[in-house]
Design a protein around this ligand. Structure first.
Ligand SMILES: Nc1ncnc2c1ncn2[C@@H]1O[C@H](COP(=O)(O)OP(=O)(O)O)[C@@H](O)[C@H]1O
Ligand SMILES: N[C@@H](CCOP(=O)(O)O)C(=O)O
Length: 314
């Protein structure tokens, strides 16, 4: 195989209380990426969208991951990639992770699947470091594996795939950009012990809730006393969205990744649609353009897609 086309899903990182350690993959939105294996050590990037992301491999998260994959593979090959980005950069829906994880998996497919999952996550984190200044794997891992994942540790790498309850996910993306790098810089570096106790109770409760399919426990555990109070100030309408969606029957939710998107989990599609209506009404009233997704948890992760080959210059 010397060319491959993949779908790389958007992700919701943190899942409210699990900053940098929990995440889930979404069925919508996703990016499309097409790769071709080259016989010289170079990376060529084409963008087939309107986001004007860099084509310089050093500046594009997919580019730095592909460069690292070339080095890891011994240096005598290269990659041409065309990115059709449908996940808006700076959305809090793992746009950078979709490119980073997609690049790692695409390269691996063309190299005969020589890298382990841990190695793919290590490679993809190089892209996240470029985007946000820090290596974090909470978007990348569910993007690669699908489902809901826990990163117990990145040094050494310890990935724990969790059970995936049948839940609907509603996401509102107010059309403002919050760069992950900026949303990390405003966080406090010290945490009060009483807050830490509450937070690790919630993380443990949320993980147990997923494993036992206990929706009431999931609902009680979707609470963040450390990150959300700081970051939610960047998101107009946040408190109102959260309160009204809970009142409408959502299990709960909060900031998706570093924002500005907000996600809510619901047990039924009817509630998820009601939640979508509430989100639209709030942002229409505030006067902020927005996009709403009603979707489910993606259990496949990055996957190969068939279909017309549209690589630029082919
Ligand atoms: N292939 C890429 N996909 C997405 N963002 C990229 C890519 N290459 C570079 N970037 C940069 O990364 C930043 C977006 O990443 P980030 O702030 O983490 O957003 P998100 O929350 O959507 O992942 C932007 O500054 C963007 O220019
Ligand atoms: N744990 C990270 C997750 C960032 O997710 P993104 O989708 O905003 O890139 C953080 O909260 O900073």
């Amino acid at each position: 195989m010397n060319q491959v086309k993949i779908k790389s899903p958007g992700t919701v990182a943190n899942l409210v209380c699990g900053f940098d350690i929990l995440g889930l993959a979404l069925n919508d939105p996703y990016d499309i990426m097409e790769f071709r294996l080259l016989d010289e050590p170079q990376v060529i990037i084409h963008n087939r969208d309107h986001f004007e992301l860099p084509t310089d491999p050093e500046q594009n998260v997919a580019g730095v991951v592909l460069q690292a994959a070339i080095e890891k593979a011994g240096g005598n090959i290269g990659f041409e990639v065309t990115i059709e980005k449908r996940i808006k950069p700076g959305s809090g829906l793992g746009s950078s992770a979709a490119s980073a994880a997609g690049a790692a998996v695409g390269a691996n497919l063309l190299l005969g699947n020589r890298f382990s999952t841990d190695e793919l996550v290590q490679l993809a984190m190089i892209g996240e470091k470029l985007a946000s200044g820090v290596k974090h794997a909470d978007n990348i891992t569910p993007c690669i594996l699908g489902g809901i994942t826990l990163i117990r540790s990145i040094y050494p790498m310890d990935i724990v795939p969790l059970a995936t309850p049948d839940l609907f996910v509603t996401v509102v993306h107010p059309q403002i950009e919050v760069r992950t790098a900026d949303a990390r810089q405003i966080l406090k570096q010290k945490v009060l012990l009483k807050d830490a106790i509450k937070q690790w109770g919630n993380i443990a409760g949320l993980v147990a809730g997923f494993m036992r399919n206990d929706k009431a426990l999931i609902s009680r555990s979707l609470e963040d006393v450390i990150i959300e109070p700081v970051r939610s100030i960047l998101i107009p309408g946040f408190d109102e969205v959260k309160q009204q969606c809970r009142e409408a029957g959502a299990l709960g939710g909060g900031i998706s990744g570093s924002g500005p998107s907000i996600f809510m989990l619901s047990e039924t599609e009817a509630i998820a649609q009601d939640v979508a209506g509430i989100m639209k009404a709030i942002y229409s009233r505030i006067g902020i353009d927005h996009y709403v997704y009603v979707t489910t948890i993606n259990n496949r992760g990055v996957e190969v897609v068939e279909g017309e080959w549209s690589m630029v210059n082919s």
